[in-house]
Design a protein around this ligand. Sequence first.
Ligand code: O2Y
Ligand code: MN
Length: 598
Amino acid sequence: MTKHKKLVEFVEQVSGMCRPDRIHWCDGSEQEYQLMIRLMVQAGTAIVMNQSKRPNSIFVRSDPLDVARVEDRTYICSSLKEDAGPTNNWADPSEMKATLSKLFDGSMKGRTMYVIPYSMGPTGSPIANIGVELTDSPYVVANMHIMTRVGTQVLEVLGTDGEFVRGLHSVGAPLDESGPDAPWPCNAQHKYICHFPETREIWSFGSGYGGNALLGKKCHSLRIASVQARDEGWMAEHMLILKLINPKGLVRYVTGAFPSACGKTNLAMLIPTIPGWRVETIGDDIAWMKFGPDGRLRAINPEAGFFGVAPGTSVLSNLNAILAASQHSIFTNCAITPEGDVWWEGMSDEEPRELSDWLRRPWTPGCGRKAAHPNARFTTPAKQCPVIAPEWEDPNGVPIDAILFGGRRANIVPLVTEAFDWQHGTFLGSTASSETTAAAAGKVGQLRRDPMAMLPFCGYHMGDYFAHWLKMSSRTDAVKLPRIYYVNWFRQDAQGKFLWPGYGENCRVLKWIFERVNGEADAIDTPIGRLPVPGALDLSGLKISQQAIDELLRVDIDGWRAEVPLIKQHFEMFGDRLPRELHSELSRLEDRLNNAIP
Ligand code: O2Y
Ligand code: MN
């Protein structure tokens, strides 16, 4: 237990409201993890997988109405509506707490309330941050064990008066004597994922799934942390962190912001196809970055695991993820084979002869349904990744040399563009866009602007967030700042065929970036930024037509001219909080395009 008065009060207050039958203080031990598994198996939530195929792993299927983050039920409850900005749902904090208090009243009856002290980042790191999640879900406890550092050592760092983010989560399904528990209790009618950035609180009700319920992830590490970062002069970003090693053993660290389900996990664990080059993983989803005493921007991965999208993950697309998830993992909304192993679309060319699908129904090839939900997930400890970098838990973080932005764009956006400078890079990030995927509830395949891939995750006004990005550059010398790039692996030809092979071949773009950072590769100035000069991309051994390469690196002047009004429209949303620097970057882009010969 703890002598931290405010933590004890928090637990007492919440248990008074939610009225659980029991309170369990999590110690983060293996026995505790196994207890959660047993509870889930008893409740019908989980099936233990075949030990010889997938040791110490479980298979979980959620309620079909609880399968993804719910952005329309996600709120930023700042005192002033303007502070949440145009990209967030806002609610008045007192009104929201009144609404939620009624829902939380007695919501844990018949259940156990788990107190999860967790550290985002290596416990005790100067960049790490502590939270405490109170939840009535053993699934959440087990996932938090993998995704964060949980337990007694966190309470030790917290001491008697340390600061912590208060997280409250309930599946919103109290148990009474009238019937058995549901295999996946949730409250489909009332879902609320609420953030109180000023008081560093998170109240989540009704969903047991992923980012809605594992509060350390999107809620704490991005929405609340982005506000902390603004206030304290650092950055909390939706970015992978990778280590790129050249054949001479020279190392560069790269972060990358891509919208949900754009292949961040694959890029973070990429196996380069160019002989002698290697990638190691620091993180696949979130980066917290602070300037170190040397003026370099240093990043940590605040997480301890991967909550990766399963469909499409295969030995070809991401061998390292497949190997990482070969044991001690949780598989959610995948399909299960008669032998007790897991399967999902894209895992193998050959489909299993029969399966039990994510909806608990028999499935056979050709039945016309997907066996796994498109947002099915694996939860896997980062340390199990075969290419995890030895320094991935360095409490001081790793120095970042380059920042990538990207998204899925079928046309217009070239394979890679280097920003002229930090301000131009901030502009590129602020205009980032992508065709939507299944990671969030809603329509798939529509173009949405997703600045810095933070649209669903920025806990305050995005105009102020852009200003914060710009301001960060004044904290160090320009030469010490990471270079900024915009990449697009998803450009298509007129027939809708991808022009770039992607996956391991993306190392060719990373190599160019590495060499740019070293001052060893050439680029050409274009109206939209700097692009590789012909021949600068290493294409040795790659079967790709010159026509495809020309198209991938073509600056489509007419297309970009048509893009300018769309960017203007996007910027209008931020009103007078859009920094003037971004207005002037847009005017400069327009001028350069007007002066260009198509
Ligand atoms: O909560 C979910 O359904 C998953 S969302 C998610 C999970 C891991 C990493 N990133 C994301 C995301 O939406 O960006
Ligand atoms: Mn993400």
